[in-house]
Structure formats: structure tokens, C-alpha cells
Write a protein that binds this ligand. Structure first.
Ligand code: GUN
Ligand code: ZN
Length: 437
């Protein structure tokens, strides 16, 4: 033991694997310690277990943080979010294509200014940590400096983050289009940042309508050249978008084929939305091991449609949970799960709390191929976790105290909790955020 050891006594909840769709988690999937001990060594988790079982092995005089009235879970993960859109959340009344033109593109132009990119990177990370999110896959703007600023801000806080510069060489304002420099700038960012500590690069063609075939092919070449890179883009979100893609790519049999032909569909690829897909496309995504980022608050806000989780399950297609700020209305993982439950109800497929919290942690980590680092409270994983205060508000406290089972408590949290319930957020073994009293 050394001064780098931290001991926390709290209720601990984590998932070793998918709990299934039942009302109770499948045996071996849930790890729950009502009176648990989380033992950190430096940036990693050293041991996890029942306090009574682990306490004999604690060093004499160990300083144990007493969080017995709190609930600790792995840090929440957001697989699709635009940090550059923080300031245009809640922009009224448009569906996707008008929303992009009227609000999004003008806002993203501001990131040519490096001071602005730095300020927004820090503001965004403050909000993420306040909401209990420790890892995200993030869109910058098309300016490479927006990604330098973001990585720099993440590095200061020891966060595990994926981000990429938007590639966009047509059908966008002049000031946002990159042309041939887009790929060279991506290569430079990969060289500087990919695999640097906890940071990773996600190749980021915005979506098929704003990249030429040439640019998408070049993005595919980057991925072939380095299979440790991630890929993020958008797919089949909105009906106007579908018509536009069909018009722009008459030779491709469907929207997904456009990405397949460029070599963009693989096990490290995340496609945001995937609402308007058929089972053939879902199976093709499943075969390649790609995932769809389900962004329920965004889909409701832009009126895009209802994601079909049941079809995903039937076809073996992996889906993840994401906020999609600035079209999303909630940075909080709780808020994302609440919206996912509501979308599910409209399709006769209500989301269980087990699926929800598994998804937000281990499920999202696995889909991003990050589960050997994060997503679970387990020895040797990185010490990224949230300390949840289930008594944060009088209403939450009343409701939680009315629950008799863990499943009910988690469901009440998923529907009623927000950033006020995040007491602390830890990353890399250190407390990075503590709620104001
Ligand atoms: N499709 C292309 N760009 C975007 C974006 O910024 N947000 C969303 N929700 N969909 C997109
Ligand atoms: Zn998006």
C-alpha cells in the first residue's frame, strides 16, 4: 500500500455483462454490494467487494471515505455528442436539415477562433462531469484547432475521450468546408493525439451529403491504415435526409451502402441514429460489428422518429446510448435513459433499468471496444465512476425511500434523477467534480 491508495465504502453497482431483457438481471451479470468497498491504487481499481470481506486486508489506519449513504456506478459513457453544439441546445422548431442550416452551421463557424474552442471545450467537460459522464465520443467542428483544444482540455482532467475533426467538403457553408486539407489535418491530429494517454481519434465524416465520394474513400483509407482508429458519422436519421442521400448517390443501393463502399463500416464504427433502416441493413451492421448510437432526446427534439430497439435485438445489431447534444436536450445519462424509456413506450418496448444502466456503462464501453479500460467496477480497470446521491432532492428521496427492490430504485433514478443526483464524478482515480452543496 502507498499514499496513492484510496478506499471508499459505499453501495456499489456494476455489470459484468448484459443482464438480458427480463425483469431481473441474468445470473452473473449484476455485481451489487449493498455495503461495498472500492479500493483504488493510483489511476486504477485495485479491488472491489463486500466491505466485511475486504476490510481485514486493509492497511492499518487506512483512511476510508465513508459514502455509505451513496451509490457508486461506473462513469457514464456517451457514444455520440457534439461539443461544438453546446450553445445551440434548445433551438426552436426545425427538423434536421433546416436545423443544420439555421442554427448548427453558423454556430460551428465560431470554432475558427481558438479561444472560443478552448472556452467551449472546458464548458462542455464541466457539464459532462456534472452529469456523471466520464467518457464520450465527440464531434468537433471542421477546424482542426477545435480538436486540439478539446484534447488539451481532456488531458488536463485525465479523461478517456474520443474526438475527431468533422470532414465536410460539399453542401455546407464555405467557411466550414475543408477540401483536400481535411484528410491531411486528420492525419496530423491522429499523429499528435491518437493513443496519447487516454485519448483516441475518431475519423469523422459528418454524413454522406456533406462529403464527396473522394473524401469518404480517403477516410476509409485512414481506417484501413490503422485499425485502432474509431469512425463516427450519422445514418438514416430523418426522411428529408434519406431522400437527399438517394439523390446524391443514385448508384448505391441504400444509405448504408454509401458507407460500406467507402470502407467506413467496421467494429469501431458508430453510426448515430439509424432510425430508418430495414432488417437487411441492420444485419449488415451486425455482421460488421458496428453500432448504432440511439439518441432518444435528440430524436424526439428534431421529430426524427422512434428508434426500434426490438428490431436491433432481433437482427443482432448493437446499439448504444447517446445524448447527441445539441439536438439532444439532456447531457445527463439519466435524461437519455428517461427519453429512451419514453421512445420505447411509444413502440410497445419499454426499457428496463437493468438494460438502461448496463447500456450506459458496460454496454457502451463494449460497443466502443473500451471495455478492457472502463465500463465496470473491477480490478485493473481505470478508476472512472460516479457517486450518486439518491436523496438529492426531496422528491427523489421520497420516491427512492418508497422502493423495496434495487430494480425499482434504479428505475426511479432513471426517470427522476438529473445532475443534482451526481454527488461526485471521479476519473483516473481522482475526484474531478463535486456538486455544490
Ligand atoms: N446529421 C448531420 N449532422 C448532424 C448533426 O450535427 N446533428 C444531428 N443530429 N444530425 C446530423
Ligand atoms: Zn449527431
Amino acid at each position: 500500500t502507498s499514499s496513492s491508495d484510496t478506499f471508499i465504502r459505499a453501495e456499489l453497482i456494476s455489470f459484468a455483462r448484459d443482464p438480458g431483457d427480463g425483469n431481473t438481471p441474468e445470473p452473473g451479470s449484476l455485481e451489487h454490494y449493498g455495503d461495498g468497498l472500492l479500493w483504488l491504487k493510483g489511476q486504477h481499481i485495485h479491488a472491489v467487494g463486500h466491505f466485511a470481506e475486504l476490510s481485514p486486508s486493509l492497511p492499518k489506519g487506512a483512511d476510508v471515505l465513508n459514502y455509505r449513504d451513496k451509490l457508486i456506478m461506473p462513469g457514464f459513457i456517451d457514444t455520440h455528442v457534439h461539443y461544438v453544439q453546446l450553445d445551440i441546445m434548445a433551438s426552436y422548431g426545425r427538423q434536421l436539415l433546416d436545423w443544420l442550416n439555421d442554427y448548427t452551421f453558423p454556430e460551428e463557424c465560431r470554432f475558427a477562433n481558438h479561444a472560443h474552442a478552448e472556452a467551449l471545450s472546458n464548458a462542455f467537460l464541466d457539464e459532462m462531469l456534472r452529469a456523471g459522464t466520464t467518457t464520450a465520443q465527440v464531434f468537433g467542428s471542421s477546424h482542426p484547432g477545435s480538436v486540439d483544444a478539446f484534447f488539451t482540455a481532456c488531458q488536463k482532467r485525465q479523461l478517456r475521450m474520443l474526438v475527431g475533426k468533422v470532414l465536410m467538403d460539399r453542401n455546407a457553408p464555405e467557411a466550414l468546408m475543408d477540401g483536400v486539407s481535411g484528410i491531411a489535418d486528420s492525419e496530423r491530429l491522429i499523429e499528435d493525439w491518437h493513443g496519447n494517454g487516454r485519448l483516441g481519434y475518431s475519423v469523422t465524416p459528418r454524413f454522406a451529403p456533406t462529403s464527396t465520394k473522394t473524401q469518404m474513400d480517403a477516410a476509409g483509407a485512414l481506417l484501413r491504415n490503422d485499425p485502432t482508429l474509431w469512425l463516427q458519422t450519422h445514418l438514416a436519421e430523418n426522411s428529408g435526409e434519406l431522400d437527399w442521400v438517394a439523390e446524391l448517390f443514385p448508384g448505391s443501393r441504400d444509405y448504408l451502402a454509401v458507407y460500406e463502399e467507402a470502407g467506413l463500416v467496421g467494429p469501431r464504427s458508430t453510426f448515430a441514429h439509424g432510425i430508418h433502416l430495414d432488417n437487411g441493413m441492420r444485419k449488415r451492421l451486425a455482421d460488421r460489428g458496428a453500432n448504432i448510437a440511439f439518441c432518444p432526446s435528440s430524436n424526439l427534439f428534431l421529430g426524427s422518429g422512434l428508434f426500434d430497439r426490438e428490431a436491433a435485438k432481433q437482427t443482432g445489431m448493437t446499439y448504444t446510448f447517446a445524448s447527441d447534444i445539441g439536438a439532444g436536450t439532456d447531457l445527463s445519462g439519466f435524461g437519455t435513459l428517461k427519453a429512451a424509456y419514453q421512445v420505447g413506450q411509444l413502440g410497445g418496448q419499454p426499457l428496463t433499468a437493468w438494460q438502461g444502466f448496463y447500456g450506459l456503462t458496460m454496454g457502451n464501453a463494449k460497443a466502443l471496444s473500451l471495455d478492457s479500460h472502463i465500463g465496470q467496477l473491477a480490478p485493473s480497470l481505470e478508476a472512472d465512476f460516479v457517486v450518486i446521491d439518491t436523496q438529492a432532492t426531496s422528491l427523489l428521496s421520497r420516491r427512492i425511500n418508497h422502493c423495496t427492490t434495487l430494480g425499482e430504485r434504479l428505475f426511479a433514478l432513471m426517470m427522476l434523477a438529473d445532475d443534482r443526483a451526481i454527488y461526485e464524478t471521479w476519473a483516473g482515480g481522482q475526484c474531478q467534480h463535486r456538486r455544490d452543496k
